[in-house]
Design a protein around this ligand. Structure first.
Ligand SMILES: NC(=O)c1ccc[n+]([C@@H]2O[C@H](COP(=O)([O-])OP(=O)(O)OC[C@H]3O[C@@H](n4cnc5c(N)ncnc54)[C@H](O)[C@@H]3O)[C@@H](O)[C@H]2O)c1
Ligand SMILES: [Zn+2]
Length: 384
């Protein structure tokens, strides 16, 4: 259930909608708040957590000039004593080197057990700073302030933290829940367009796997939502809150990906394979997932589970958000088929496919190798 609270102190802000609060019942329970321009109110939200005054803020080099000065000032005004650490922007910072540098910084300041780390940034900052918070002194309080659409609807929620290893992505990490998450959709206005668009892939995913009404909303309002100067603030906040709610619902049932949580990987089997094979950087994660959802929908259709009209609806929504639905590049079907065998969602060597039965519901099932080879080959040969 989402509770809508009104904030009387903020009435002067005409664009403010009421913050939407979701209480998460996992581990040490915590709130997720979606609040337009809420970043200005972060010190007040923090005050409710009764943290010590010293706060360790981690962000990246793109976000720092945009939001860190304002946040540092407002924290100081609220009698916090903030320290700032800026990592280089980009996936390369999810590294053991940056992890060590953060420990050094915390140790140099003699950061203590109860003092919090704030992760202000996209999934890279959130995963890295989250992992450092999980492990420094065996765990210090973590506040997630996700600033990319993907981080707001996905990576800041669910407690997965970690870094990459030379041999693969996200190989080192921990489950560690934040004490509080603040998603401020107003900061999405400064995202590069391509990075904004890729976040919608995960939201379309939630619609397909769990919520036909959300999918309908996306279908109806895609053009307006994509245009950030015009975007309907209230609708955007509600869609982000709904996405968070859906992910929270799944992880409350299955925190550690035994079973149900796997549905969140819809589109990710082929998506991850594409990212692995094409080399990280060519396709953004959301773009790879968009293509992966197209393959999954076509597999479901070929298996007689999913009507062609729904395959087309999914395709039109993805395209309306500027996401790719056909692959044009060097990767071959044979590369994808080989990579799928190594995908971490394989149990006992057999790929468990997450496939839609209709919009709003997926099942986890296996498929014959013949069908997978046929559909994947058609998808990649057609487009290369
Ligand atoms: N923990 C999880 O459950 C989970 C889930 C999905 C993805 N991830 C991880 O998340 C990472 C991807 O996250 P991401 O897409 O947010 O990448 P990111 O953190 O690299 O952010 C994308 C780009 O946008 C910039 N940026 C972020 N917010 C901005 C803003 N408000 N204004 C201007 N620029 C801004 C960043 O500097 C970066 O250049 C990957 O490492 C992935 O493995 C984790
Ligand atoms: Zn994803």
């Amino acid at each position: 259930v989402i509770a809508v609270l009104t904030d009387p102190d903020s009435i002067e802000n005409v664009r403010l909608i009421s913050p939407i609060i979701r209480h998460v019942r996992v581990g040490q329970e915590y709130d997720v708040i979606v609040d337009w321009e809420g970043i200005k109110r972060l010190p007040r939200y923090l005050a409710r957590l009764q943290l010590p005054s010293r706060i360790f803020l981690v962000t990246d080099s793109n976000i720092e000039p945009l939001y860190a000065p304002l946040l540092m000032d407002s924290l100081r005004q609220a009698n916090f004593e903030p320290y700032l650490y800026v990592i280089p922007a980009g996936e390369g910072s999810k590294s053991q080197q940056q992890q060590t540098a953060l420990y050094d910084w915390l140790i140099d300041h003699r950061a203590e057990r109860r003092e919090a780390i704030i992760a202000l940034g996209g999934g890279v900052v959130g995963d890295l700073a989250g992992f450092v918070a999980a492990t420094y002194l065996r765990g210090v309080p973590l506040i997630q302030v996700p600033t990319s659409l993907l981080a707001q609807v996905d990576s800041a929620i669910g407690g997965k933290t970690g870094i990459n290893h030379g041999k693969g992505k996200n190989l080192i990490g921990a489950f560690y829940h934040p004490r509080f998450v603040l998603a401020d959709p107003a900061v999405l206005r400064s995202l590069p367009a391509r990075v904004y668009n890729e976040g919608w892939a995960e939201i379309v995913k939630y619609g397909i796997i769990l919520d036909a009404a959300l999918f309908d909303l996306l279908e109806e309002h895609a053009a307006a939502l994509r245009d950030r100067d015009q975007s309907p603030v209230e609708l955007l906040c509600r869609i982000i809150a709904r996405s968070i709610e859906l992910k929270v619902g799944v992880i409350e049932e299955d925190e550690r990906e035994q079973d149900r949580r796997a549905i969140l990987n819809y589109g990710h089997t082929v998506g991850h394979a594409l990212e692995n094979v094409s080399g990280y950087g060519e396709l953004l994660h959301g773009e790879a997932v968009s293509l992966g959802m197209m393959v999954a929908a076509q597999l479901a259709q070929a298996a007689g589970m999913f009507p062609n009209t729904d395959v087309q609806r999914q395709q039109r929504v993805l395209e309306a958000f500027g996401l790719p639905t056909a692959y044009h590049g060097p990767v071959q079907a044979s590369d994808i088929l080989a990579a799928i065998q190594l995908d971490k969602k394989v149990v006992g060597k057999r790929v468990r496919w997450i496939l839609p039965e209709h919009i709003g519901e997926v099942i986890i099932t296996s498929l014959s190798d013949e069908l997978v080879v046929r559909v994947v080959t058609a998808f990649f040969e057609r487009n290369s």
